[in-house]
Design a protein around this ligand. Structure first.
Ligand SMILES: CC(C)(COP(=O)(O)OP(=O)(O)OC[C@H]1O[C@@H](n2cnc3c(N)ncnc32)[C@H](O)[C@@H]1OP(=O)(O)O)[C@@H](O)C(=O)NCCC(=O)NCCS
Length: 189
């Protein structure tokens, strides 16, 4: 490995910059997560009203985490934080981790999410030396699935009725990318 998740990089693309959270991001990241679509599509256990102090502690401590990498997604057009990407569930022995992301209403549908996923997963393979990056996406989230497939994630199985979605049950699809696949397509399969 050339780096570990304790190091917090800045990754710059054409549409977004990914960088460690700053105190001034708090209103923007709060707006991003305090959104009904984000809450449902990420299966978040947290429900509004969010505790501002808990959010301040959470985002204020992301830079100190040694076993995960949380980065703010900054829209280069506005300079504002519109979401986040996260590499977590770090498994050093098996060189694997999980991935999750959210882009709030201010950033969605303009290609920012695709670029943010590509930059983060590229960093996971090319700088962190990981072998496998995996995620889960709910059956009612075809947009996220489309983005993950565009970047090279491959569906590998379905967790049946894994989420209580209102009065119903929803399946969750496990997707992953492996290092040799990334080496071949670098996020453009
Ligand atoms: C999923 C998410 C990260 C994608 O980011 P984004 O910036 O909105 O996505 P992009 O604009 O880069 O790309 C969206 C793609 O999905 C496609 N799309 C949009 N709605 C779609 C739908 N209902 N079904 C299928 N594809 C859809 C778009 O056409 C585009 O694909 P294209 O480039 O081939 O045209 C973002 O929308 C988000 O965070 N949503 C809320 C939370 C969430 O779903 N998080 C992920 C949980 S697994």
């Amino acid at each position: 490995m050339t780096a570990d998740p304790a190091h917090k990089p800045t990754l710059t693309g054409e549409l977004v910059e990914l960088r460690p959270f700053r105190a001034e991001d708090l209103p923007d990241i709060t707006a991003a997560i305090d959104d009904p679509e984000v809450i449902r599509l990420t299966g978040s256990a947290e429900r509004p009203p969010f505790d501002p102090e808990a959010l301040r502690r959470w985002y204020g401590s992301r830079g100190e985490q040694t076993d995960r990498l949380d980065l703010a997604v900054v829209d280069l057009a506005s300079g504002r934080c519109v979401g986040e990407t996260v590499l977590n569930a770090w498994d050093a022995t098996n060189r694997s981790c999980s991935f999750r992301t959210l882009i709030g209403p201010a950033g969605r549908g303009r290609g920012l999410g695709t670029e943010a996923v590509r930059l983060t997963v590229g960093y996971a393979f090319e700088q962190l030396g990981l072998h496998r990056v995996s995620l889960e996406v709910y059956a009612f989230n075809p947009r996220a699935r489309r983005v993950y497939e565009k970047v090279g994630f491959v569906a590998e199985g379905v967790l049946r009725q894994a989420l209580r979605d209102g009065g119903d049950w929803a399946d969750s699809t496990v997707m992953s990318v492996l290092s040799h696949e990334w080496a071949r397509h670098r996020g453009r399969p």
